[in-house]
Every structure is written in structure tokens, then in C-alpha cells.
Write a protein that binds this ligand. Sequence first.
Ligand code: GTQ
Length: 381
Amino acid sequence: MKKDVEKMAEQKAEVQEFMKSDTVKDFTKDIQEYNLGPLWEAIPEIMNKSPKPHAEAYLWSAELLQKKLMEAAEIFTPDRGGERRAIYFQNPGLTYRQPWGWASTTQTLYAAVQLLLPGEEAPSHRHSQSALRFISEGEGAYTIVQGERVYMQEGDFLITPKNLWHGHGHTGDKPMIWMDALDIPTIYSIGGTFFEPYADGLQQPNVPDNFSELRYGGGMVRPVGDDKYTVAPLANYKWTRTKDAINGLMNFDPDPDHGYAIEYFNPSTGESANPTMGSRMQFIPKDFHTKALRHTHSTIYHAHQGSGYTIINGIRFDWKKGDYFVVPNWAWYEHVGSEDSYLFSVNDLPIMDRFDLEQEEKLESNNGFQKVTGEFQAAFR
Ligand code: GTQ
């Protein structure tokens, strides 16, 4: 038995030696001249035992975002350049792959903060990416999605299904800031991007304001005949309803892994509100500590209210209202509320599910909690 083990180790050493030989090195170099790739070099990078994401855990502070959005307001109007005054989260683990400067937030998802000032308009356009918005500050702005004008308030969650015309306007008197999340990197990497500007600025409404909210306001019903929708028919999931739903759950013990968490879903089908992005609101009570989990899907969080910290692969990320942070694929994470806190989050679970790739593990050791080995320092706290 011992002999076999020794023999195998010997063989392995021999192979390793051979792979470092000039014969292999020269041939590896040679084929690359012909746009051919050596699998023997690629294997360690592409065939990992479990997901090894390039995206890193990271946190952007509310102060930094506020400062940069206000600076952007001095320079851009929404219709100049990129059609929106949005600044997106570039994951530092992804930037080096993209020499021209594009880097997404996770490998599958993009998120941004967008600022609209009173009186401004962001022109309508449509694209093959699905979008969602979470309103972090202000009121009085609206989005017009395929002819439906939807007024937005703090805490509201909105969807813009793919290929629908959408643009934004603002009749209020204070700056309005929201989070955008889109499946841009996914659509980009599979080569599915279509984009079209609207010919005539901001599309005008063609149904009563807040049409879908009026029709679906019951929250637990759908109008008869609406079971044939292919896109989610509710444009705005109002904060008051989200809060009521969570308050209902608070009659019971919190989920040990998630606290009090709900998912925004398509009331016509029961699927996630966006076909490619999961979205949740989660209440973490003061001093509640969720158990450590890791799973295939990645998540972008926005601290909507309160403060606390999330331990990601042993590193403590302190967050408070207005901060954003990323939990990459297969990273251990657990949340702790320093106050009663609400976390909004977007994930790529629907994408993982579509490929049948979702796996989840719970930490067995140390009663299900990680050991903290360091602290993340955010810029501009
Ligand atoms: O507001 O329609 O951050 O189309 C990226 C793409 C926002 C938007 C973004 C978009 C929008």
C-alpha cells in the first residue's frame, strides 16, 4: 500500500518536471502564434473544485457616493453622454480583465447609483437587459415604463422588464437618488445586447399614472385575465407594502440564515420579479446574527436603514444606511444588526437556477459563525 502511494507521488513529480521542460514550454509558445490555446495551462484557472469568483467582496460608502454624485451633477445633465447620470460599482477584482475600463459589479450583475435633479429628464430608451430600481432618497421623480408613469418614493422597488421603453422625469423639489441593477454583464458576455434610443426624448404616458400599482395594489390578487403576462405586470412594489409583509413575519422567530426576508415576485406567475435577477428585502433586528452560509449565487446589498456588519470570508464589513457591498459567489457570509436594519439585495440566483448550478452550504464549525480575521476599510467613511 505504502509502495503504491510512493509510486504515485513519484509519477506526479515526474509529470510536473516534464511540464516545466523546454519541450512543453516551446510547444506552448508555438501554438499560441496560431491562435491556439494550451489546455494544460488553462485547467488550473478554469476547472476549480468549487466556484472561485474573480469578483471580490467590496463596500462603497454612502459618503463617497453622495460626494461623487454631487460632483457629477456639476458636470453632466442626464441626457448628456450616457443618457443617465449614473455611477456604477466597479468590482476591483474584475477591472484588470477589461483594459478599456468597463468592469461590472459581480460577474453577472451591474449596479449603479443614479441622481436626478428637480426638473430634469432622462430620455427614453429600450434594451435587452432587464433592470430594477430601489429608491434610496427623495420623492417626486417618476419613471415612464412603456407608457405607464410611475411615481417613486423612498423604499420603493421598481422593475423595468427588458425591451420596454423607459425614461425618467422629476417634478419634485429635492434631488432624487436610486439604485439601478441590471443583468448587463450577463447579456454582454453571451452576446445578446440590443439597445435603441427613443426618437422623441421622454415617452409620454398613455395609461393613467401608477396604472399597474392601482391594478395590483391588493398585493395578493391579480386581475382576472392577467395570467397570460410574459413580463411581470407590476411596475412598483411600494415600501409600505414591503414593510407590512415583513411586519407580518415578525410575529414569528426570524429565519436563522436570513432574519426576516422576503422576495419580490411576479404576481402573475410567482417567479422572481425579474427573470434574471432575484431581489429581496431583509430585516435584521438589533443584535441578531445570521448563520454563515455560502452558495453559488452572488449578491449586491444596499443598506436601506440602520447599521450593522457583514462578515465575508472572515473579513468584517461595517455598513450603515446608504452603503453598498458585494458578497461574491461561494463566499462565506453572515449579517449582524447593530441596530434594527433593512438590507435590500439583488442576486443572480435566477441565472444559477436556469443553469441548474445553485448549491448551498452552511458552516458547521464554531456553531455556524465565522472567525473574524480582519476589517475592511471603506473609502470616505
Ligand atoms: O435608468 O434606464 O444605470 O438604461 C444603466 C442603464 C440605468 C436607466 C443604468 C439604464 C439605466
